[in-house]
Design a binder for this molecule. Structure first.
Ligand code: SAM
Length: 275
């Protein structure tokens, strides 16, 4: 199927503000689906149907695809590209605006997310699925390379930040494919990568994730400042107390938030709660 020709024949106009950079390369589509680990048992949720290229590939492997799209100008194209597929449902709604109950009803069971994301919603989209009560087993997404690097970063690196810890709190993230910008139509400005997040909510069961994220955000609030200063301003404690708390969990009083791993943050939160 020549997708580029179908788009041209139908005078489709790309909407850049919707992050429309489509994948037409058959091998890349197969690779993404293979890396997602989906099987014929799975319900897959796709965000951004586009011209339906990934949707078709997903549908050839999984039980059912529920694909969300915003741009109704694609209906004409999708009527051609998804013709005859009885396990695909395209929903013209914004996932970010639907409530958990509405989404659960549309999806109808546990699911895996696989998508070439519109990049402007990357972080809210990831957090939408991780923080919700929805039964999401994994998230395999094409995103900008630099954001992918942040999701899998180690502490004490420039890429390490709030989003790294937030994702780690709910699962395990890995880069499974690096994809040069030349693979997209039209070509974007930056390279991309596919990240797979295996959701594992039990990993930090019992941790007050909200309170922990407050502390992590405090840790990264002013990256160049030492953690003592950030603790003072977020928790209203004086210098002596902030330093004593850091020392009691084995941290240097001059440590910066970016040096702490998730276990350090957990210990620190416990100590703050005691005081
Ligand atoms: N999956 C297709 C592919 O790989 O070729 C399209 C990917 S394209 C990067 C992202 C798609 O997401 C676009 O078709 C865009 O219209 C759609 N989109 C943008 N914002 C959206 C949103 N909030 N919800 C659902 N789809 C959205």
């Amino acid at each position: 199927m020549n997708i580029r020709q179908i788009l041209k024949d139908n005078n489709f106009r790309f909407n850049h503000s919707l992050g429309q950079n489509f994948i037409t390369d058959e091998n890349l589509l197969k690779d993404i689906v293979a890396k997602s680990g989906i099987t014929s048992e799975d319900i897959v949720v796709e965000i951004g149907t586009g011209a339906g290229t990934l949707t078709r590939e997903l549908a050839s492997v999984c039980k059912r695809v529920v694909s969300f799209e915003l741009d109704k100008n694609l209906i004409q194209i999708l009527n051609i590209t998804l013709q005859g597929l009885d396990n695909v449902e395209v929903v013209f709604k914004d996932v970010l605006k639907l409530k958990d109950e509405e989404l659960a009803e549309i999806i109808g069971g546990k699911f895996k997310v696989v998508a070439n994301l519109p990049y402007y919603i990357t972080t809210p989209l990831i957090m939408r699925f991780l923080e919700s009560s929805l039964d999401c087993e994994s998230i395999t997404i094409m995103i900008q390379q630099e954001v992918a690097d942040r999701l899998v970063a180690s502490s004490n690196t420039a890429d390490y930040g709030v989003i790294t810890v937030a994702v780690e709190l709910y699962g395990d993230a890995n880069i499974v494919l690096n994809v040069p910008k030349t693979y997209f139509y039209p070509m974007p400005k930056v390279d991309s990568a596919v990240v797979k997040i295996d959701v594992n909510r039990a990993k930090y069961d019992g941790i007050d994730r909200k309170e922990l994220m407050k502390l992590v955000k405090c840790g990264f609030a002013m990256r160049r400042k030492v953690l003592t200063n950030n603790l003072k301003s977020t928790y209203g404690m004086d210098r002596e107390k902030a330093e004593a708390i850091l020392q009691s969990v084995g941290l240097d009083t001059k440590v910066r938030g970016e040096a702490l791993g998730i276990q350090d943050y957990i210990k620190l939160l416990d100590e703050i709660k005691k005081n």
